[in-house]
Design a protein around this ligand. Sequence first.
Ligand SMILES: [Zn+2]
Length: 350
Amino acid sequence: MQFALVCCIVFLFVRIVMKLFRIPLWLWLLFVVAGLGYAFHPYLLAQMMQMEQKRLLAQPEPMVEQMPERLDFGRQMADLRYLASDELAGRGTGQPGGAKAQQWLAAEFTHIGLVAAGTAGYLQPYQPTTGKAQLMKGAANVLGRIEGSDPALPMLVLTAHYDHLGVHQGKIYFGADDNASGVAALLALARYFKQYPPRHTLLFAALDNEETGMWGARMLFEQELLKPEQIKLNINMDMLSQNTQQQLIAVGSYHYPELEKPLQQLQQQSSVRLLLGYDRPAWLVGTHQDWTFSSDHREFHKRAVPFVYFGVPDHAHYHQPSDTAENIDPEFYREVSETLLDAVLLFDAS
Ligand SMILES: [Zn+2]
């Protein structure tokens, strides 16, 4: 009723303005369309968001109660605790903790027996050239490879950034979930595939500088260590160990629809609530989040390399000093890690 009244008043007002200023009919129509669009905008937005929410939640509930134990989770948790310890002090790029993390990761890659794939052994040192990051010295990615049994196949690139916010105003930002969890999973997967060799070559990339402009991922391509045409898929892991609703988001199948089928199969094999989404632009889904450019996978996507990004929604400890090893959810983290192993197995088999 109120809406009709407003419409009548607007209509009369516009008629008077038209008479006074001799506004042509097409302009009048334009006013009407713009007015209606403005009036219905909140309604349309709400509808779009509801549809997207339904699409996300329409995915089947987990069909599996528990994942098998194929990864050495005890070892993985010890790695996470070390990465998120006082000693590494939040692994800030250019800070002593960041340098220690680099050295430790290179030593772990050696123990596992990965082929060195950096420009200086396992390391790929580089210097960011713009923004805040250009003040940071000593940045480096840590890269190791397991050769696939079929050399004709393009490689799978597994990425997880090891840097976090470091020490800031006297406080340590430990970054246990963000992203010690992804790096410890990367190491666990490397140990697994060393034992059970894959068909595709797997590149394990612990990346630097994600928090300050994703320079690590960018430099993989800018220093021509990688060429887009050599890569079948980027699997990016960033924040895997905290979610009260047991949700893990797989981002990327909107841009690369060929990934939808294997990801749906993964859903059916997983005990976590794996949701496919957070990758559609706002004009399709209202103000729902779009994580297409939110972590290192963005540098692969920019070069048209397909990606899947696995991560949990932001939580209370996100980018806080309270993101500590004590605050992660180990059981959820274990189930997620086994799900990621299945993901790599699926993509390696296809
Ligand atoms: Zn992160």
